[in-house]
Design a protein around this ligand. Structure first.
Ligand SMILES: *Cc1c(COP(=O)(O)O)cnc(C)c1O
Length: 404
């Protein structure tokens, strides 16, 4: 085996398809989001970021920064261990209490990321219940798919957000078998929202558990930032709510919130929880500050966020750009070709100082390559005018498809 040759060939194939990933090296400036610097070989340019998942700008919130700095001064950098062996600090325990409270569940459990939370929890739940069947939305995130695979349980895929298809599958399963319906509240590449109430109705009818990924909704939806399930009054009907501290909360880490017994079970059994060092206490303290802030003082920010999104969608529509219909703060623009998609974003960056990362395969299916804009409460009218002007010029120059 020519190992190096093998890697080189695989990379060449990605490049030929237009799917080779190039990372933008950016330097964020606390207090100036969405502005940042971008480093290239020998220079540094000022850019406006339009694709961050720091949706509310909490990554630079003064209370969050203060909590992180103060905690470092008090307790140092790392946690010093796994949760079981000296790594359960006071800061972790407080954060878990706060997350349980946010979602009105008996308990919560922290993981090092949202990815790990999904993988570890799903593999542990479905892998330990004999005969368990997973019903999984076809557009579920890679981390949930990993958890489903690692469980080794039987899985059935239902059509995206399609409750009729889900019901057909449920009706087909031997009633006594354990079942978990696995879905997201807000799908982050299309910006559409799941019919949570109807899925919970089916779960009741067929006696299934529900597992919801609210990663793109926590902090931003619901009167306390509890997510779409809170907004829709369904939080108490969901068995497991999974979220991240890395997107709207602006820090890092993942979690689940559920019943005391379920959390205790996952805590006791999940390798992805047990065999890894816990997050630094300063990270946990910063996340706690963020969750509290977003819960108690976030309503104005949530409203601003929705207003900014609505304004951006209107401006793009008026300009004739092909935005995809979305029910949320995520604004996708279809390009449908990986090479053109990358050309658009290269032009945005090099000619206009606007940073939008092209979204290509495997994040989205081939032929649906797109731009994915994430307006924040902090993007100004001027930022939006510049973005729309740049996109309009690029669309003309590259002769791309306008809205029908
Ligand atoms: C980003 C993402 C995750 C992973 O969360 P991290 O905290 O970034 O690891 C999980 N689910 C969905 C839907 C995501 O988009």
């Amino acid at each position: 085996m020519d190992y190096e040759g093998f890697f080189a060939k695989a990379i060449d194939k990605l490049k030929a398809e237009g799917n080779y990933r190039i990372f933008a090296e950016i330097e964020r400036h606390a207090g100036y989001f969405p502005n940042a610097s971008r480093h290239t070989e020998n220079k540094k340019d000022e850019i406006t970021v339009w694709c961050s998942n720091d949706y509310l700008g909490m990554g630079q919130n003064p209370q969050v920064l203060k909590a992180m700095k103060d905690t470092i001064d008090l307790v140092g950098a790392g946690s010093g261990g796994t949760r079981n062996i000296s790594g359960t600090t006071h800061q972790h325990v407080i954060l878990e209490q706060e997350l349980a409270e946010l979602h009105q569940k008996e308990n919560a459990l922290l993981f090092t990321s949202g990815y790990v939370a999904n993988d570890a929890t799903l593999s542990t739940l479905a892998g330990n219940m004999p005969g368990c069947v997973i019903l999984s939305d076809e557009f579920n995130h890679a981390s949930m798919i990993a958890g489903v695979r690692h469980s080794g349980a039987e899985k059935r895929i239902f059509k995206h957000n399609d409750v009729a298809d889900l019901e057909t599958l449920l009706a087909d399963i031997e009633p006594s078998r354990p079942k978990i319906i696995v879905f997201e509240s807000l799908y982050s590449m299309d910006g559409d929202i799941a019919p949570i109430r109807k899925i919970c109705d089916l779960a009741d009818e067929y006696h299934a558990m529900t597992y919801i990924d609210e990663v793109h909704a926590v902090g931003m939806y619901g009167p306390r930032g509890g997510g779409v399930a809170e907004r829709d009054g369904q939080m108490d009907r969901i068995t497991v709510i999974q979220g991240t501290l890395a997107k709207a909360f602006g820090v890092v880490g993942g979690y689940i919130a559920a019943s005391q017994k379920l959390v205790d079970f996952v805590r006791s059994k999940a390798n992805g929880f047990i065999f890894t060092t816990s997050l630094p206490p300063a990270v946990a303290a910063a996340a706690t500050a963020s969750v509290r802030h977003v819960r108690d003082q976030g309503q104005e920010r949530r409203e601003q966020h929705q207003e900014r999104t609505k304004t951006l969608k209107e401006l793009l529509t008026d300009a004739g750009l092909p935005i995809m219909p979305s029910d949320s703060h995520i604004v996708p623009i279809m390009v449908g070709d990986p090479i053109l998609c990358k050309q658009v974003t290269d032009d945005l960056m090099s000619r206009y100082g606007i940073y939008v990362q092209p979204i290509n395969h495997p994040t989205v299916p081939k032929g649906t390559e797109r731009l994915r804009l994430t307006p924040s409460p902090i993007h100004s009218d001027e930022d939006m005018a510049e973005l729309v002007k740049a996109l309009t010029e690029i669309w003309s120059r590259l002769a791309l498809k306008w809205a029908a």
